[in-house]
Design a protein around this ligand. Structure first.
Ligand code: ZN
Length: 634
């Protein structure tokens, strides 16, 4: 179904977060880097709900607190100090980060604030040791031109990045690593003026180009994250948090519109069936006996642990739970996501999908009887501890009541296929309050003048320059600007003699192709890539071997290019060694050459390259072979 997005009144706003490449973190002098080794320090904290000034407590935070969730934080001394551990007040705001943010802001014609006030934003998931994230507005009211449209930028801010989650939850304990905590992030927020999925992607691309043009942003997966606010009339404002792949942005928006339209349709049909929220009762039926002999493995396992199967009835909901909202997502999936979050259960079963999972038609019939269900009703049931069962079923009931009203407001997280899943309820208002530990910073006219006088070239100017200076075609120049590697490109050109087109093609097309081949190119560092091209310049490596070297380096972290060359047996063969080798090939194939004369070249070249690929320059090999062949024939 083609959707006319203008017509349905789609409104999208973007918040783009990008890590800055500063030499220190935002509120301390620790290195803004991630570590791979085992942690030197660990400490355990209880998750506690932070009260805002007004004494409001976030319901999701309170819930987690009640469950006694604990967090094990991991750290090392190079990347964390007492500030990240919340044992010491934050240091003054990082001036370098402010300058980068101001640079980007001025490139978007935003107006700098006179005073920077650091605020605290409540964070409920343990990803900040303090229970809040520090954030401050740097500039307001910018504009961006995207095709013919003027997109207003509401604000440009600086934020501290959060700790990163390590592995899955074990029991009631979450594991976070605080190396990432405090890395400066720039946040660029657009007004909700974007009207189609494609436009959302274009705006994100233009903002990304400007941020990269500052030359001061980090590269690699996870260094850029986008939050997307999506609403349609009669739907709801949905926030999708933490999308890392720009390529998925338009698909995520498209699916969210589909999801909301389908939820609106379901709501209309439920109203036609005269379903009422208050008819969905918090009445839990113990249906454990129905499954005494069950072949369903999940239920069997629960029963073996002496757990219970509890059920609720959703009056007149039959058929709705299996309704598809987007590919791979049904109303039943949405209920299951809620159940997982609020009940910490593995999932739910419902009658719309029976018989399945080893549950028989007979069991389904018995279940209906036990839950006193009518033909038009749906039943949701869960096999876990009675406490979890009840919490999860309450969440299912709430989701069902919301389905009658339409689209519930919530925060969602992206899945790898472009669909989304429930993350948590949307936080209420008043979740920001002032950070009292940090003095305010003034931005003076002089600051602004100084930064304005040396703004980096805008992406469009750079495009022209790359084409002229390096004779790149437009497509390749555009790709370089849109990649994370335009700085790297110019660095490599300065320090190697490889042709700009070859370097540009490698940094864009080859890296993309490698990624498609599941090679983890992000594991190959900028320095290693520079080394590769220096080696080619120095005649130690051929262009043909680029691919193999990158693959090897991605599998052997922290090894050198020289080690790659040695291990892959790519040591370049000298010209005299090559001559000797070719003479031998000719001697070995005398008969063939006598028969075919000069036309034996192709076969001989094949033989030479079979042993020499990646070890010699192809042009040179072909030249020497031609020469030797002629000598022999004469
Ligand atoms: Zn620190």
């Amino acid at each position: 179904m083609e959707i006319n997005y203008e017509e349905i009144g789609l409104k999208v706003g973007l918040e783009i977060h990008q890590q800055l490449n500063t030499s220190a973190k935002l509120f301390c002098s620790c290195k803004p880097e991630l570590f791979k080794e085992e942690p030197e320090i660990t400490f355990l904290r209880k998750l506690r709900p932070t009260q805002s000034e007004l004494g409001q407590i976030d319901p999701a935070a309170y819930f987690e607190f009640q469950k006694g969730v604990k967090i094990l934080y991991e750290a090392n001394t190079a990347t964390s100090c007492l500030v990240e551990m919340d044992e010491e007040p934050p240091h003054p705001l990082n001036v370098e980060a402010v300058e980068i943010a101001l640079t980007a802001a001025l490139m978007m014609k935003a107006k700098a604030v006179d005073e920077i006030h650091v605020m605290r934003k409540t964070v409920i998931d343990g990803s900040n040791t303090t229970g809040f994230q520090r954030t401050c507005v740097i500039a307001l009211n910018g504009v961006l031109k995207v095709r013919e449209k003027i997109v207003s930028i509401e604000h440009v801010s600086l934020e501290e990045d959060a700790a990163r989650k390590m592995g899955d939850e074990e029991g009631n304990t979450l594991r976070y690593r605080i190396d990432r905590l405090g890395i400066p992030l720039i946040e660029v927020a657009t007004a909700p003026v974007i009207n189609s999925p494609k436009e959302a992607e274009e705006v994100a691309l233009v903002i990304g180009r400007i941020l990269r043009a500052t030359g001061k942003v980090r590269r690699g997966l996870g260094t850029i994250r986008q939050d997307i606010n999506i609403s349609i009339p009669n739907g709801a404002l949905i926030e999708i948090k933490g999308l890392q792949e720009l390529e998925l942005l338009s698909l995520v928006v498209k699916y969210e519109v589909q999801r909301q339209l389908n939820l609106i349709k379901i709501s209309e049909e439920l109203k036609e069936r005269r379903v009422k929220g208050e008819e969905i009762k918090e009445e839990f039926f113990d249906v454990t006996d129905v499954f005494k002999q069950t072949k369903c493995k999940v239920i069997r396992k629960a029963l073996d642990k002496n757990q219970k199967v509890l059920a609720v009835k959703l009056p007149k909901f039959k058929g709705f739970l299996k309704r598809e909202l987007t590919p791979n997502l049904r109303l039943g999936t949405e209920m299951a996501d809620r159940a997982r979050f609020w009940g910490r259960v593995g999932g739910i079963f419902h009658t719309d999908e029976l018989p399945a999972y080893g549950i028989t038609t007979e069991e389904a019939e018995e279940l209906k009887e036990a839950a006193k269900a009518e033909e038009q009703d749906a039943i949701v049931f869960i096999a876990d501890s009675p406490e979890n069962d009840r919490d999860a079923l309450k969440a299912v009931i709430e989701r069902a009541r919301e389905a009658i009203k339409g689209v519930p407001e919530e925060t969602r997280a992206p899945n790898p296929d472009g669909t989304t899943r429930y993350m948590r309820p949307r936080p209420g208002a008043a979740r920001m309050y002032p950070e009292t530990d940090i003095p305010l910073t003034h931005i003076t006219e002089d600051n602004i003048k100084k930064i304005s006088s040396r703004l980096p070239e805008l992406p469009e100017q750079k495009l022209g320059r790359l084409m002229k200076e390096y004779r790149l075609n437009q497509k390749l120049a555009r790709q370089i600007i849109d990649s994370e590697n335009s700085e790297l490109f110019e660095t490599i050109i300065k320090e190697s003699s490889v042709s700009p087109t070859t370097v540009a093609a490698f940094l864009t097309e080859t890296l993309r192709a490698l990624k498609r081949d599941d090679v983890e190119v992000d594991k190959v560092s900028e320095n290693q890539i520079r080394e590769i091209f220096k080696s080619i310049s120095a005649g130690k490596l051929t262009k043909e071997a680029l691919w193999d070297v990158v693959v090897w380096l991605s599998q052997h972290e922290d090894k050198s290019v020289e080690e790659a060359i040695n291990n892959l047996g790519l040591k370049i063969v000298s010209e005299s060694e090559l001559r000797t080798f070719i003479e031998k090939v000719i001697a070995d194939n005398e008969k063939l050459i006598k028969e075919r004369g000069e036309s034996s070249f192709g076969i001989l070249m094949g033989i030479v390259m079979k042993s020499m690929r990646g070890k010699i320059d192809v042009v040179l090999a072909s030249k020497v072979l031609k020469e030797k062949l002629r000598e022999f024939l004469n």
